[in-house]
Structures are given as C-alpha cells and as structure tokens.
Design a protein around this ligand. Sequence first.
Ligand code: ADP
Ligand code: ADP
Length: 227
Amino acid sequence: MVEVDLNHIYKKYEGNDHYSVSDFDLHVKNREFIVFVGPSGCGKSTTLRMIAGLEDITKGTLEINHKVMNDVAPKDRHIAMVFQNYALYPHMTVYDNMAFGLKLRHYKKDQIDKRVNHAADILGLQDYLDKKPAELSGGQRQRVALGRAIVRDAPIFLMDEPLSNLDAKLRVSMRAEIAKLHQNLGTTTIYVTHDQTEAMTLADRVVVMSVGKVEQIGTPLEVYNHP
Ligand code: ADP
Ligand code: ADP
C-alpha cells in the first residue's frame, strides 16, 4: 500500500529568477497510474526528479505514506525509475546490466539471481540473458531498462519518457506492455510524456501541465472530452 502526496510543491533552480514548477498539488492513490503530460520545458521531469529525490524541493512537501520525504535520500524512497536515455552498459551482458544495481547494494548472489530471473520471465528476456546490448533490438533494450527497475522490487515506479526513443510501432506495443506490467506488479506509477495518446491510453488520471503549472487533473475522459 503506497500513497504519494505532493503538497503545494515549488521548484526554483539556482541562478533562475522564475519557478520551474509552481504550486504542484496532487494526491496519488495506491496502485494508481498517473501521467504528467505537457510540452517540453513545462516542468514534468523536474517534478518527477523531486519525487525521486534527484532535485531538491524549493517549497512544499513530498509525502510517501504520509511521511515527509523532502530530506530522505533517494535510495530510501522505495522508488525505481526508468529514464528515456537509460544507457545500458555495453560491455555487460543483459544479466549483469539488470544485476548491477543490486550488486552495488550488496544483495546476496542467490537473491540477485532470483530477482533477475523473475524480471527476465516477466519481460520475455530469458533467452537473452547472456547477450550484450548491441545484440538486442530496440524493444529488447528498453525491456532491459525496465528490468533494471523491476529487480529493485520497489512499490513506486517513476518513468520519464521511457518510450520516446522507440519507433512508432514499437511504442504502441511497449505501451501495452507497460500497462500490463503496472497491473501485474501492483505498483504506484508516475509516468511523464509529451504524447497525449500515451497519456490517454495509460493513465488512471492525467495531470496536464503548461509552463510550470498544473492546468488540469482528471481521468482521460474528463481531460480530453471536456467542452
Ligand atoms: P519537461 O520535463 O516538461 O520538459 P523540465 O522539468 O525538464 O521540463 O524543465 C522545466 C524548466 O526548468 C525548463 O524551463 C528548464 O529549462 C528548467 N530547468 C530544468 N533543469 C534545469 C537546471 N538544472 N537548471 C536550471 N533550469 C533548469
Ligand atoms: P543508490 O543511491 O541507491 O545507489 P542508484 O545508484 O541505483 O541509487 O540510482 C541513482 C538514483 O537514480 C537513485 O537515487 C534513484 O532515485 C534513481 N533510480 C531509481 N531507480 C533506478 C534505476 N532503475 N536505474 C537508475 N536509477 C534509478
């Protein structure tokens, strides 16, 4: 059971005289799929990075399960994150790419093995564990990036434009996979995109942003069918 609260959050980057995010206020329910949508530069990534703890919050509070997290280290936030340009290590196998984060955290070998194999099962990567990234298709590489997040076994998933480097056809099929993954893992997910179709098809609720501001929050039906 995980809830995330963004309470009137503001972000001003050092050296800027304006806020990049203003008064972002959102209650994310357990297992909800939230999509932040809006044009480039409107503050989607900044907001996501504040949730992950990769950027400081200038004003306001972030709560996970009603505990204020502003000063909690990223690794203690129960969050896994997938980035757009998540570079895989080219010299490592698929297995080692997925295992890397767990090794850093000193997980035991059999724990790592169990988690990597479980992720590979879910993602259809069992036959590719010994391959290097260069031997994979774009979709398979993106699955490895997802696998790295899955092995963390985190209840919160943050995804920043995870599909925008893929061609249109692959984007559609990976979109369906992400929806299924969200269902099966039972995670609470926050997903950033500039693509309205992705927002409409994936979201339980959409947060529509324009320069630094939340314009609207609602179900896809409420947001895209309003008069
Ligand atoms: P989006 O994800 O919607 O494309 P961003 O969150 O990346 O938007 O950026 C929001 C605004 O914050 C932009 O105006 C951007 O230039 C600014 N910004 C992002 N990162 C930094 C930074 N490290 N320093 C200063 N300004 C930044
Ligand atoms: P840690 O600080 O625990 O060693 P990592 O090195 O795994 O964290 O990742 C650096 C930051 O990136 C973390 O603080 C975390 O917020 C974020 N992150 C979360 N999940 C992933 C992931 N699957 N891949 C890369 N970075 C992640």
